[in-house]
Write a protein that binds this ligand. Structure first.
Ligand code: ADP
Length: 178
């Protein structure tokens, strides 16, 4: 049934991820979980200090978050009830396992969302800012990984890709057509 195909469950939005009304937004965090610049800074600013408190508790328990892995906290004051923090790979040219690590970010975030019975999730372009992952290549991995996950899982029902800039939007539009 076409209404159940993965493409019907994927949306593209250009704007600020902190404004998305979904069950969880994904943060492109760093392994310390103690906050940073880019989307990480925007999420902590908008969501308030309770997110950092929970991140500190996770850090005390398990010592941060490894590249490719994901953890979940409250969304604090965000419209989204939860934040899933995942740590993308730093781009070193593509021969240090970056593609697989980036795919792990998407897979592990989706798995956490499904485990928590969350029906919608919004992703930023993980690693495509300060971490320097080429945007086009990152888009291909994001779409491939999300489509593969949705094909074998009823949750989350909806995945929103949130892009900031026009260049990223064009890459997502291109990949969504293919
Ligand atoms: P990383 O360190 O993983 O590269 P960044 O936060 O530097 O993470 O950037 C990731 C992507 O998120 C970039 O493409 C950047 O343009 C985008 N971005 C930054 N702020 C926001 C925001 N508020 N909403 C959506 N996307 C954002």
């Amino acid at each position: 049934m076409s209404t159940n195909s993965s493409s019907d469950r994927i949306q593209l939005v250009q704007g600020d991820i902190t404004r998305q009304e979904v069950a969880a937004i994904v943060n492109a965090a760093n392994s310390s979980l103690l906050g940073g610049g880019g989307v990480d800074g925007a999420i902590h600013r908008a969501g308030g200090p309770v997110i950092l408190e929970e991140c500190r508790a996770i850090r005390a328990r398990q010592g941060g978050c490894k590249t490719g892995e994901a953890v979940i906290t409250t969304g604090g004051r965000l419209p989204a009830a939860h934040v899933i923090h995942t740590v993308g790979p730093v781009w070193h040219g593509g021969h240090r396992g970056e593609p697989e690590l980036l795919a792990n970010c998407y897979r592990n975030s989706l798995r956490l969302a499904a485990e928590h019975r969350l029906d919608s999730i919004a992703f930023p372009g993980i690693s495509t800012g300060i971490y320097g992952y080429p945007k086009k290549e990152a888009t291909v991995i994001a779409l491939q990984t999300v489509r593969a996950f949705l094909a074998q899982s009823p949750l989350p029902k909806t995945v929103v890709f949130v892009v900031f800039d026009d260049e990223s939007r064009r890459y997502y539009e291109q990949e969504l057509r293919s």
